[in-house]
Design a binder for this molecule. Structure first.
Ligand code: SAH
Length: 202
C-alpha cells in the first residue's frame, strides 16, 4: 500500500511513510471489509461514515508538518486510523468524535494497537476541546462550511489548522490556516477533496 499508492504519488516525509507502514489499517476497518484494508480507498465504518483513503491520510499528515514536540487536535475521530498515524508523528493527540458508537470502536482499535499518547472523547468539533487548548496543530477530517471560530481560537500562535472546507458534500477545498506568533491568521487553499460534512452537534 505504501509503495504503490503513497510513496509513488509523491508523499516523501520519512516519518509519515514509517507511520503508514507501522499502523495496521485493518484493525480500524470493520470485519467485513478487512480484505480491502490495504487498497487505496475509503471504506464504510458504520453510521454512514467512512475511514479515509490512505493516500489522503498520508498527504494530510505530511502537510500538517510532523513535529515530535507538538500537540494536535483532530476533529472527527471516525475509525481512529488518522489519529493513530498522528500519534507516531506528534507528542500528544486529542481527538473528538460526535458519534458515541464510532468513538467507542476507535478507542478499542487504538488500545489494540497499543498507542498511549492519545485521548479521545465524544464531543462536538464546532466547540473544539477547550480544556487542552491551545493546540500546535488542528486537523479536520469532516468538512465545515467555514472554519469554526472556536477552533481558530484554540490554535496556538505559530500553529496550523488543516482540513476540508466547503458546503458542497461532493467537493471541498483542503484549507491551510496559519496563526503567526503575534496571532495573525492567514488562509490558503490547496487540493480539491471529498469529505463527509461536519455535522452541527445538538
Ligand atoms: N479521521 C477518520 C475519518 C473521519 S470521517 C478516520 O481516520 O477514520 C469524519 C468523522 O467526523 C465521522 O466519524 C463523523 O461522525 C465525524 N463528525 C462529523 N461532524 C462532527 C462534529 N461536529 N464533531 C466531531 N465529529 C464530527
Amino acid at each position: 500500500m505504501v509503495d504503490e499508492h503513497i510513496a509513488a504519488r509523491g508523499v516523501k516525509h520519512p516519518a509519515v511513510l514509517k507511520a503508514m507502514r507501522e499502523i495496521p489499517r485493518h484493525v480500524f476497518v470493520p470485519e467485513q471489509y478487512r480484505s480491502d484494508a490495504y487498497a487505496d480507498q475509503p471504506l464504510p465504518i458504520g453510521s454512514g461514515q467512512t475511514i479515509s483513503q490512505p493516500y489522503i491520510v498520508a498527504l494530510m499528515s505530511e502537510m500538517l508538518r510532523p513535529a515530535p514536540d507538538a500537540t494536535v487536535l483532530e476533529v472527527g475521530t471516525g475509525s481512529g486510523y488518522q489519529a493513530a498515524i498522528l500519534c507516531k508523528l506528534f507528542k500528544k493527540v486529542y481527538s473528538i468524535e460526535l458519534l458515541p458508537e464510532l468513538s467507542a470502536r476507535a478507542q478499542a482499535a487504538i488500545a489494540e494497537v497499543g498507542l498511549k499518547n492519545i485521548e479521545i472523547r465524544v464531543g462536538d468539533g464546532y466547540k473544539g476541546w477547550p480544556e487542552h487548548a491551545p493546540y500546535d496543530r488542528i486537523m479536520l477530517t469532516a468538512a465545515p462550511a467555514e472554519v469554526p471560530q472556536a477552533l481558530i481560537d484554540q490554535l496556538a500562535p505559530g500553529g496550523m489548522l488543516l482540513g476540508p472546507v466547503g458546503d458542497d458534500p461532493n467537493y471541498q477545498r483542503l484549507m491551510i490556516m496559519e496563526k503567526s506568533a503575534d496571532g495573525k491568521v492567514t488562509e490558503s487553499a490547496s487540493y480539491p477533496v471529498r469529505f463527509v460534512p461536519m455535522v452541527k452537534g445538538r
